[in-house]
Design a protein around this ligand. Structure first.
Ligand code: NAD
Ligand code: MG
Ligand code: MG
Ligand code: MG
Ligand code: MG
Length: 340
């Protein structure tokens, strides 16, 4: 059984007594910085000159300085720039300015697991990875709840890295839900697998194939959109609340029987073998290498795939339909439809 930790297991005064630099103010960065600040922690945000995030952070009352200045001031440095730029920021701006004994905090283990960042021995290296998008990490915190976090220590130079990590997890609201102890290796490999095989890659492909099959058979795209995309959230909400069993309990007997007989026809054992191949490429570093090499060349493959995804007919149908749904109110105002 995994080890779980809650608010009572952590001492907020540890992180409240430190000077924290949050590097990056995107999805996770804004949530960590604001939640830490609201928990009484001394926070500064480190951004590039001319960063578009600067105004957003300043409008929230946060102090924004350059990455180098933020690191020089801090005894805890939180690296929440995109994974593919972290190692450049680390070698150019963090490492040369890092105080002796300063702790490094990550929100995902990618750069440590695959060896793109190799900190000196004198620093604690910890991870607090919320298991949810940053905008939810902030929204839940404001509502008095939290998104579960997974917590890991890669390097314990101070002898108290674990207590620091738990304190940080409490300050961002994660221990209101639960903290689960893990390692950088387990977090990195399972996070990449989950998002590739099931959550992002698997679900997106399943929805697109479902939409294609229905529209190619002559059904109206708007009806297909409801059946294969819109209702997915309602089904997933039930799974989230009570497991797959609750979803099956709530749907009709017809739907439940169809689940049993047709699910395994669509998602065949071959799919499981494909998933194992995806996991192998994560574990042996092939996925990381392909992603980083493409990013270092200006991300041509990434941009082409993004454009291809945006041009799928389901997106045009969805854009028009969602305008008619008065109840679907985007809460994340920095997301612009069709901006890819
Ligand atoms: P993001 O793309 O939303 O934001 C990145 C931020 O870094 C932006 O503010 C950007 O301006 C800034 N930035 C870019 N280049 C920079 C540079 N050279 N110097 C300083 N700042 C720079 O990133 P994200 O999705 O929040 O991901 C951050 C980390 O959190 C990653 O390690 C990611 O894997 C992890 N994570 C993200 C989520 C999520 O909800 N998106 C969930 C769990 C973990
Ligand atoms: Mg994840
Ligand atoms: Mg991830
Ligand atoms: Mg239906
Ligand atoms: Mg039922």
């Amino acid at each position: 059984m995994a080890e779980l930790f809650y608010d009572d297991d952590a001492d907020l005064s540890i992180i409240a007594g430190r000077k924290v630099a949050v590097i990056g103010y995107g999805s996770q960065g804004h949530a960590h910085a604001l939640n830490l600040r609201d928990s009484g922690v001394d926070v500064r945000v480190g951004l590039r000159e001319g960063s578009a995030s600067r105004v957003k952070a300043e409008n929230e009352g946060l102090r924004v300085v350059t990455v180098a200045e933020a690191v020089k001031e801090a005894d805890v440095v939180v690296i929440l720039a995109p994974d593919q730029v972290q190692r450049h920021v680390y070698t150019q701006e963090i490492a040369p300015n890092l105080n002796e004994g300063a702790a490094l905090v990550f929100g995902h283990g990618f750069n440590i697991r695959f060896g793109y960042i190799k900190p000196e021995p004198g620093h604690d290296i910890v991870m607090i990875a919320p298991k949810g998008p940053g905008h939810l990490v902030r929204r839940e915190f404001l509502d008095g709840r939290g998104v579960p976090v997974i917590v890991a220590v890669e390097q314990d130079a101070s002898g108290s890295a674990w207590e620091l990590a738990l304190s940080y997890a409490k300050a961002i609201g994660g221990l209101r839900a639960a903290g689960i102890k893990t390692t950088f290796t387990e977090e990195t490999e399972t996070d990449l697998f989950g998002e590739q095989a099931v959550l992002c890659g698997g679900a997106s492909q399943l929805v697109m194939y479902g939409f294609e099959v229905l529209t190619e058979a002559g059904y109206q795209p708007e009806v297909a959109y409801f059946e294969v995309l819109h209702e997915l959230k309602l089904i997933v909400d039930l799974m989230w609340e009570g497991g797959i069993a609750k979803q099956r309990w709530s749907v009709s007997d017809t739907a439940e029987y169809g689940d049993y007989v047709s699910g395994p026809r669509v998602i065949t054992p071959e799919v499981k073998e494909n998933m194992k191949a995806v996991l192998a490429d994560i574990q042996n570093g092939a996925f990381a290498e392909r992603f980083i090499n493409d990013q270092d060349n200006g991300a041509p493959e990434f941009k082409e795939l993004r454009a291809k995804g945006e041009s799928h007919p389901i997106e045009a149908t969805g854009r028009e339909l969602r305008k008619l749904f008065a109840w679907v109110k985007p809460t994340d105002t920095d997301y612009v439809e069709g901006s890819a």
